[in-house]
Design a protein. Sequence first.
Length: 498
Amino acid sequence: MEVRAALRIRWLYRIGLLCFTVGLAVVYLPVWHGDAAIYLPYVRSLAQGRWMEFNPGEPSSGATSPLWVLLLLPGWLALGVDGFKLTGAFWTLVAVLAAYEVALRHSFCAHTAALVALTAAVCCIPWGFLGYETPLAALAGMLALRLHRLPRAALFVAAALLPLVRPELWLVLCAALVAMALRRRTSETLLAAAALLLPAAYSALMHVLTGSFSSSGYCRALALREFAQLRLGFLAFNGQFLLQLVQSGLLWLLLALPLGIARLWRQDPPRALATTLGAGAVVGFFTIVAPPNMLRYLAPVAFALGWLGKNGLASLRLLERQRLRQGAFVLLAAVMSLFLLAHGWRDLQRGYAFELITERECAERLNTLAEPGAIVLAYEVQIRYWLRPDLKVLSLDGVTDGKIAPYAEPARVAEFLRAYRPRYWVANIAVERRPFLASSVLERALRSTSPQQPIYEEEGIRFELLERFDPQRLPRGFYGCTALYRLSYSDPPPTSSP
């Protein structure tokens, strides 16, 4: 009877996680985010036989995950943008259920496995539903923890592909290799290390073709450092991220993480050492290089956080009794579930519609105005989806081309404009919110022009206001188009490209 009851509980959790995830996926079908929509031009280019092109004919390292672009392709070919969203939903469901099954195999406790699965869900939802590579990152993190169990051929393939999911997975993978080396699995460790030469070669090739190993990685890290409000010496933290840790309940798992690692030291010292090194590297990355502002950045370590965090909680004397421990796990899982439901309701109410997020209105205006081959300067670069193929998008934050990176620290925006000479500018409030753009020539042009005074000139650059767009149509949190400008330059173009 006890075995049947345990099996029944396991299946109840499976069905519950399935229904919960699918239900939230349905909620998010009409919801879009700008950063995730950046993948659309890459997938469309791949469908046309061109690898990693944002602007047609121009290689780009702006897609965070080349592997995710490949996985999005079948859905795109079948159903277009709907297939794009459904692919994200499918892989999110796979990530949540995989976390549950892997945890169940190791703990044999459905309550524990559900907590680990919901930890993965909090890090993957809604981001996977929106088209981010987040669920793939969560699955890659789980696979990295099991590298030592893979056959050699699978080990080689996994080690070669995992770094192409997200940059942080280099850290996770290196920690896994340390664990294998400490177990004296020398041949497997060398095989995996050799496999890493393939993604390293790919990154080097992209650097040669585009001038950057990963323009999205570099420029996104710059943005995250700018948005970090809390600083402690060389460490930086984002207040919104810390608040989400509290609201989601993940803070309790993070606080219990040292206890979980200490418990692992007693059970498996080699893995504990690798875990400690990996955790230290991830913490350093997230507090020095790129302080995260969303929980999705934890996806590569979501399973490890859930597993070690619950082990840490189980080590507390307060939770020695099994009933109390299971009750605490169920309560924490309920907090996570409520957080996801509240998050979904809020995003649904905001009105993040596809045509608004991809700036269709402004793009169609440009399609009628712009001369062939014109360069369009844009912060929300997903406008590329609607633009004519001959128009080129120049990224104001560098996420797709990295061209502004040398001019961002210190800020030299006017030099950037004269170097790349965009003809049109899709203006928005990013020039007020981003520190390196605030007080720049772009911010002054936006502030100084109006329908009554449409011309502004500074440093040999002439801004002509073509149209104002109602900012009230924009949902909160989206830096949509508020004005459209035509730019001209008093000096001749440079004889060589920068």
